[in-house]
Design a protein around this ligand. Structure first.
Ligand code: ADP
Ligand code: ZN
Ligand code: ZN
Length: 799
């Protein structure tokens, strides 16, 4: 029998593939998972190539332990995507590919269970009546189980076990009582759909083996093709307007009549042939979601096995989107719409990933990590709020999900829609260049809804006139809040700082509470009665007196959301105040409950951080108050202005969405600042053009390309010395002639968890020169010593 060898990518920083002998019963294919010995451990890797020979000497070759046949192989296109991301972001292929897979696949001991039927307990009406009241008050584990079951309606045996080791025994007991029923779902209903013609060409061009479904049984997608009303729409699509043809695929109920602007956008996307990037520039409330819905419907109608990927920046926005998509695509079968984000339980995430991988999921809604999902029939990508910094992963593989989405669309020859009221300047510039097609929604979609009036409250002027603020809330803002309360309308107060106060200080000696592990002050959290470091999580009790001088009059300095919440309760008597920030939503599912309270009108004033600023369609908010925005005006980061402007436009956009006239009050000491003027005129375009002109003059992105080398050392000197050596090494790289090197500098927060951090920025007007430099630099950096860690970030967002 002839020998077989596989070349395997492992989650390891070395950018090489590892050869193994393969003597398994099943035939290896590229894209399959294998378990292989590595050092003293067994690890899971990804087969990238299958070969008849290996260069590695016979005595050093080890053998594959196990080949995963439960999961159909990842496609050549997906491997290509991972390889591109690895190359672009300067990582090993395995470092990109393996973390992108669900945990269950990366654990070989769980492979067999992937094929096992899934057992699911579904809550019955009797159970809904009885739980959780029938449980003993102190049985907290049982209560958690009941809570999960009541909120989700059903629970897999695996997820139940994850909650509590004996949960399944409990569920079986509940089954005896008629509270739940057991459902068994055959996982074998999976198949990899046949690649489209376009993708077959693609795979041939790269010389890789096309994927073959190893466990093809009855194809779920074929069923949809024959039974779905979408098939009926197919024939009418080319002859009718997008409105008419799409109506045919949507379940029932009246669809909103598209505005002219929405219609034009949907038609443009529908007319795309092959790759096309659309920048959907739509003011807040202009109905961008409706454009995604129609664009998807049109595509899914043409191709009954097509898949769509919709990215949102925040986990908290997925329920709102999921509800809209489920309502609209009610004609699709139950598993056809799935979500992918880090808030899902492991089992659910694996199932949803699998549904995407096998083609059963037609629409995948997710946060940035979903851009790396396996989607063999992907036909359109939408990136909502494309400017949002949350699309950039800030640890490990520091990728931009938006940028990868564009690359993926190009690879597959499909449309990608980037939506935003305040596009990133990178995308705006691409549209200026004609590389992206601009689609504009200049008006709000709901009849009578206009953009809110933005007014600046000059805090200096207020002070000069002797009109005092109360705890940071100016007179005009308090009056406006009271007026809304009287009219029964909602208000939103936005402050991008959580906690009670950013500092706790002693007036007598100048002491300020700091973190023992970081070079940072600790934040006072009043309800939790704690001082907390927002950088490392260190926590301590609030001291009664100054630890330096014994003064008992230590006082909080500055304001966070908790303090504003407290103040509002006293200055607007009778108002129901709700705070939404990372602290108030720590418990899983709690954010959803809080947002529901707002939508249900059970809240008069909502206080929050950027969590409340994004995307939410609050129908009754007519006033937005903005506190402490000035902080970001004078940052050393050249993107701070762009970010602040986007954030303020976003939060302003929460006001007046459903016909109530909206008002935005921005408290500032700099009412003449150009940024606020553009904001008051809702003038994104003016702001973008002016800022781009400044960037061009200053040779900043998007006119140059940047990369950042970060080093972490036991001392700052060690980190800086490493970067100094690294900078010198650049002289030996020919491509670096076209690269500018800046001085190594400490990070703003130098020390986190006792580790000192510094960074070195390099940039070039040539993307190719920068990439070539980074590639050569990597191998030189590996030989340098003296630091704990170093990493390269391409296209850094935080400078
Ligand atoms: P955006 O994401 O652009 O801020 P949304 O997609 O949240 O805006 O839409 C704002 C509101 O307008 C939503 O309540 C939506 O239901 C509504 N809407 C969208 N399109 C239309 C339309 N054509 N007619 C009436 N209402 C619409
Ligand atoms: Zn003191
Ligand atoms: Zn700390």
């Amino acid at each position: 029998m002839s020998q077989m060898f596989v070349r395997v990518a492992l989650d390891h920083p070395l950018p090489t593939l590892f050869d193994y002998r393969c003597e398994t019963e099943a035939v290896p294919q590229p894209g399959m998972l294998v378990s292989v010995p590595f050092g003293k451990r067994m690890v899971v890797g990804l087969v990238c190539e299958v070969a008849a020979h290996s260069e590695v000497p016979e005595d050093r070759l080890r053998s594959v332990d196990n080949l995963c046949t439960a999961c159909p192989p990842l496609s050549a296109q997906w491997l290509e995507l991972a390889a591109f991301a690895a190359d672009y972001y300067q990582r090993g292929l395995g470092e990109v590919a393996l973390p992108a897979l669900p945990q269950a696949l990366r654990d070989a001991s769980r492979w067999t269970r992937l094929l096992a039927p899934e057992e699911r307990y579904r809550l019955l009406p009797a159970g809904r009546d009885a739980l959780p009241d029938a449980l003993p008050a102190r049985a907290s584990a049982l209560r958690r189980l009941a809570d999960e079951l009541v909120s989700a309606g059903c629970l897999s045996a695996a997820d139940a076990r994850a909650l509590h080791p004996k949960a399944v025994a409990t569920l079986d007991a509940w089954r005896e009582k008629g509270w739940v029923q057991l459902e068994v779902i055959e996982a074998a209903a999976v198949s990899i759909p046949v690649p489209t013609t376009a993708s077959t060409e693609e795979t041939e061009a790269t010389g890789a083996t096309p994927p073959v479904g190893t466990h093809a049984t009855k194809s779920a997608t074929t069923t949809i093709a024959t039974e779905s009303p979408m098939a009926a729409a197919q024939s009418t699509l080319d002859t009718q307007s997008p409105n008419a043809s799409i109506d045919a695929v949507q379940a029932s109920g009246a669809l909103p009549v598209l505005t002219d602007e929405q219609s034009a956008a949907v038609s443009a996307i529908h007319d795309a042939h092959g790759f096309a990037a659309y920048l959907l520039h739509g003011v807040t409330g202009s109905g961008k979601t409706e454009v995604y819905l129609r664009a998807l419907a049109a595509l899914l109608a043409v191709d009954p096995t097509a898949q769509a990927l919709v990215l949102v920046p925040e986990i908290n926005l997925t329920p709102q989107f999921e509800a809209a998509f489920r309502a609209r695509f009610a004609a699709l079968d139950e598993g056809a719409i799935v979500t992918l984000h880090s808030g899902l339980a492991e089992g659910e995430r694996a199932r949803n990933w699998f549904a995407a991988h096998t083609g059963r999921a037609r629409i995948v809604l997710g946060t940035r990590l979903a851009v790396l999902a396996s989607l063999p029939r992907l036909a359109i990508i939408c990136v909502d709020e494309e400017h949002d910094p949350a699309y950039k992963q800030q640890e490990g593989l520091r990728y931009s999900a938006r940028d990868l989405a564009i690359w993926r669309a190009k690879q597959l020859g499909i449309p990608v829609v980037l939506g935003s009221a305040t596009p990133s300047l990178e995308s705006w510039w691409q549209a200026d260049q004609g590389r992206y097609k601009r689609l504009t929604l200049a008006r709000r979609a709901v009849a009578d809804a206009t953009l809110p009036a933005v007014k600046l409250i000059d805090l200096e002027d207020e002070r000069r006139r002797g009109r005092a603020s109360t705890e940071g809330l100016s007179g005009p803002l308090i009056a406006a809040l009271k007026a809304r309360l009287e009219r029964g309308e909602q208000s939103l107060v936005f402050l991008n700082r959580r906690g009670y106060a950013p500092q706790l200080a002693c007036d007598a000696c100048g002491w300020v509470a700091g973190c023992p592990r970081c070079s940072a002050y600790v934040v006072l959290h009043k309800p939790e009665r704690a001082l907390r470091c927002h950088h490392c999580g260190w926590e301590s009790r609030i001291p009664r007196a100054c630890p330096e001088c014994g003064n008992v009059d230590i006082a909080p300095l500055g304001r966070g959301t908790q303090r504003v919440e407290e103040t509002l309760a006293t200055v607007v008597p009778g108002a129901r105040v709700l705070r939404i920030d990372a602290d108030s939503t720590r418990r899983k599912g709690s954010a959803q409950a809080l947002f529901s309270d707002v939508h249900a009108g059970e809240v008069d004033i909502l206080v929050g951080t950027q969590m409340v600023a994004k995307g939410h369609d609050f129908r009754r908010v007519s006033l937005v108050g903005v506190l402490n925005a000035d902080m970001a005006l004078f940052s050393h980061d050249f993107r701070a202005g762009e970010r602040l402007f986007a954030q303020l436009m976003q939060v302003s956009g929460r006001a007046g969405r459903a016909g109530l006239p909206g008002e935005v009050l921005v408290q500032t000491r700099y009412p003449r600042h150009a940024l606020y003027h553009a904001l008051a005129r809702h003038d994104y375009i003016g702001f973008a053009n002016a800022t781009l002109a400044e960037r061009r003059d200053a040779h900043l992105p998007p006119f140059v390309y940047q990369a950042m080398l970060r080093a972490e050392g036991r001392t700052l000197e060690a980190a800086l010395a490493f970067l100094q050596q690294a900078a010198e090494a650049l002289h030996e790289i020919p491509a670096a002639e076209r690269v500018t090197v800046y001085d190594a500098v400490p990070l703003t927060i130098v020390k986190v968890m006792h580790v000192h951090r510094a960074q070195l920025l390099i940039e070039s007007a040539s993307r190719a020169a920068l990439q070539a430099t980074l590639r050569a630099w990597q191998s030189m950096l590996r030989t340098l010593k003296g630091v704990l860690r170093w990493s390269i970030e391409v296209d850094p967002l935080d400078i």
